[in-house]
Design a binder for this molecule. Structure first.
Ligand SMILES: Nc1ncnc2c1ncn2[C@@H]1O[C@H](COP(=O)(O)OP(=O)(O)OP(=O)(O)O)[C@@H](O)[C@H]1O
Ligand SMILES: [Mg+2]
Length: 321
């Protein structure tokens, strides 16, 4: 089966402005050798601390940012080989819901104008007015069609974004913190609206700090720390297997009962150093952890071979699969 999204070995560095503001130096990698796939029919969650590189990863994967190393295939097409026109065509089928709902709204256009624009672009054969009426109703924004973005609440802006996404009917939906800042009831409603597009051909990648929401919406989850994926596992295995110590700390903070000593209050080793990126806070660190960065290695748990992978010398020692 061709993955909807396949990221292999991606490295992305931002350029730091130099003293003069003219000569930039590449900083440590924001994304540091990440592999990630979304298969048709699958919803994948991406979690990890603020600044771990989640937004950078998905923006680069959808061709919105250059990256230095690695390969991306979108709906089976290698990103690097695509012309601008081909990329534009593919983007219609791979939609990104941005982390900030304001960033994707034009301040001078009303809700109606935003939705009409999407209807004309993605459903040219249909009556744009009917499409807008239908989708505005589905997402509960019909009463605000005349509103401008600055007049809308955070939840209403998200509803506009979701209506546009549903009109586009993409194969791959990437939602970057789609429920951030919303109350619990609205979170559930917005998530269900996004999941309404689930089908065997379509896939979702959800970025969120809300682990219960990821557990509700996804089958598989990848955990990022300091630009790397440190663990990847089926959602059903959360709390039931031995986790990367960073995942354990995240799960403990979210109220899950996991078996791992708490993280230390030390600073992380940082990006770009030879050892493990989680060395400083790690309660399980071994001498080798300061020398060699651990690779993602498969663990043999109940969910089957290759389903649970951890980058940790303590939890998953041994040879890479
Ligand atoms: N345009 C930019 N220029 C320079 N550095 C950047 C830029 N955007 C992000 N970064 C840096 O790259 C790293 C990863 O940022 P990113 O926004 O991808 O993290 P994130 O995991 O999405 O965080 P959050 O959960 O807060 O949204 C951070 O150290 C950030 O400061
Ligand atoms: Mg982000």
């Amino acid at each position: 089966m061709t993955p909807l999204l396949a990221i292999r070995g991606m490295v992305k560095r931002y350029r730091n402005p130099g003293f003069t503001g003219l000569v930039g130096r590449r900083s440590e990698a924001a994304v540091d050798g990440v592999d990630l796939e979304v298969q048709p029919g699958e919803s994948v969650g991406l979690i990890g601390e603020s600044g771990s590189g989640k937004t950078t990863l998905v923006r680069a994967a959808l061709g919105l940012l250059d990256f230095e190393q690695g390969e991306v295939e979108l709906l089976g097409h290698p990103l690097r080989g695509l012309s601008k026109g081909q990329l534009r065509g593919l983007r219609g089928r791979c939609q990104l819901m941005l982390q900030s709902p304001d960033a994707s709204l034009n301040p001078g256009l009303s809700v109606l104008e935003h939705l009409l624009e999407s209807a004309r672009l993605h459903r040219p054969q249909a009556d744009a007015g009917e499409v807008v009426a239908d989708f505005a109703e589905r997402v509960g924004i019909s009463h605000r069609l005349a509103g401008l973005p600055y007049e809308l609440s955070g939840g209403e802006k998200r509803r506009v974004g979701i209506a546009r996404l549903l009109i586009a009917d993409p194969h791959l939906t990437v939602a970057d913190e789609p429920t951030a800042g919303l109350d619990a009831a609205l979170k559930a409603e917005i998530t269900d609206l996004l999941l309404a597009t689930r089908s065997p051909e379509r896939g979702h990648l959800f970025i969120s700090h809300d682990i219960p929401l990821i557990a509700y919406a996804c089958q598989r989850v990848a955990v990022m720390y300091a630009g790397r994926v440190v663990e990847e596992l089926p959602v059903s295995a959360i709390g039931a297997v031995q986790h990367h110590p960073y995942t354990s700390a995240l799960l403990q903070a979210a109220g899950f009962a996991v078996d791992c000593p708490p993280a230390l209050a030390a600073a992380p080793a940082g990006r770009g150093l030879p050892g493990c990126c989680y060395l400083g806070p790690c309660p399980l660190a071994l001498p080798c952890c300061s020398q060699q960065a651990p690779e993602l290695r498969a663990l043999a748990d109940a969910d089957g071979p290759g389903q649970h992978r951890v980058a940790c010398h303590h939890v998953a020692p041994g040879v890479s699969p």
